[in-house]
Design a binder for this molecule. Structure first.
Ligand code: SAM
Length: 223
């Protein structure tokens, strides 16, 4: 099944609210667990950049998992950031997490470089996937861990429909429809390796994870 792109930004308020209130406990806790498994020796401190942060759930989980980090999340969708900033104010984490409006590539960020770069579920939204890989090259300092997790495109529409039934049965229709479109827009391991070759990145591994995800990970080597 060929890839079917979806809109890049999640700027519709109803869509953003459904996404922000969805139950992502399983994949988002898996994101943190996989990060730890990929980088068992990382010192767990410094400035971390979350590309395509949405309402910031990964930022919050990462900040809780690594108490010596400060997280900058960047996203171009104001609707997502609005919810994320309100949610942050209700936690003790707002001193350590900043959600920044910015479109990738080219976003203006507070720091030149980051001690770690992470991203969850951004890649499948991008019309030009190089926006992510150029962001990694632009912002990850030498020795920084880079960890990207995303959906993986299934073999058929029927398989995508079955995944929606399995993982989003009780969710609102707007979220189920978004999930379906996201699966159809997602990339596969070999496509991601081709993107990395174009970017000149040979230090990231790409692997399937479970029945619907891929992970991309590696330490940025010194120049
Ligand atoms: C599926 S959401 C993932 C949000 C968050 N990372 C998470 O895991 O919950 C994808 C996000 O990427 C953002 N996005 C897509 N293309 C973007 C771009 N070119 N620049 C900045 N943000 C972008 C969307 O607005 C959306 O909030």
């Amino acid at each position: 099944m060929d890839r079917i792109p979806e809109p890049e930004l999640m700027n519709d308020p109803a869509q953003a609210l459904a996404y922000a209130r969805a139950d992502f406990e399983q994949p988002h806790s898996q994101f943190i667990a996989q990060f730890r498994a990929c980088f068992p020796d990382w010192r767990g401190a410094g400035f971390v950049l979350d590309l395509g942060c949405g309402p910031g759930d990964i930022c919050r989980r990462f900040a809780q998992a690594f108490p010596d980090t400060v997280i900058h999340g960047v996203d171009a969708a104001v609707a997502m950031l609005h919810i994320g900033r309100a949610d942050l104010r209700a936690t003790q984490l707002d001193q350590r997490i900043e959600l920044i409006k910015g479109y990738l590539p080219g976003a203006m960020l507070p720091r030149e470089h980051y001690d770690a770069v992470i991203s969850n579920s951004l890649l499948h939204h991008l019309h030009d996937p190089q926006a992510l890989w150029q962001g990694v090259l632009r912002y990850a300092m030498p020795d920084a861990p880079v960890f990207v997790m995303d959906l993986r495109r299934p073999a058929s529409r029927d398989e995508a429909t079955a995944l929606v039934e399995t993982y989003a049965a009780g969710e609102p229709e707007v979220l189920r429809s978004d999930f379906h479109h996201s699966l159809l827009a997602a990339y596969r391991v070999e496509e991601i390796y081709a993107q990395l070759r174009i970017a000149g990145i040979d230090w990231l591994c790409v692997e399937d994870l479970g029945d619907r995800h891929v992970i991309v990970y590696g330490y940025r080597p010194p120049p």
